[in-house]
Write a protein of this length. Structure first.
Length: 94
């Protein structure tokens, strides 16, 4: 996982190059993962925590991450107070 805000200017340019080369993909605003790791539920959940620490993962994703390892998760449900971004693979609730 990469947080854009944690990078200096040169690191941000390198990140932009990696995105353009399709090595890295944006999961949520300011959060990026290696393209091969991005489908992993744990990586996507970590992106939520890094993007907005007060957001709460709910529903099937929460069940899979805690006690039901075989449940199918098509999208991560995320509850938070502020206006949600558009991000594939996530559903936001206020």
């Amino acid at each position: 996982m990469i947080r854009r805000a944690s990078l200096d200017r040169a690191g941000q340019r390198t990140l932009e190059s990696a995105v353009a080369a399709r090595l890295v993909m944006r999961l949520l605003p300011g959060t990026y993962a290696l393209r091969d790791a991005a489908p992993d539920l744990r990586v996507r959940a970590l992106a939520v925590a890094l993007w907005h620490p007060d957001a709460v993962i709910t529903g099937r994703a929460a069940a899979r991450l805690t006690f039901w390892p075989t449940i199918l998760v098509r999208a991560i449900d995320v509850a938070r107070r502020a206006h949600p971004p558009a991000a594939p693979g996530y559903r936001f609730h206020q």
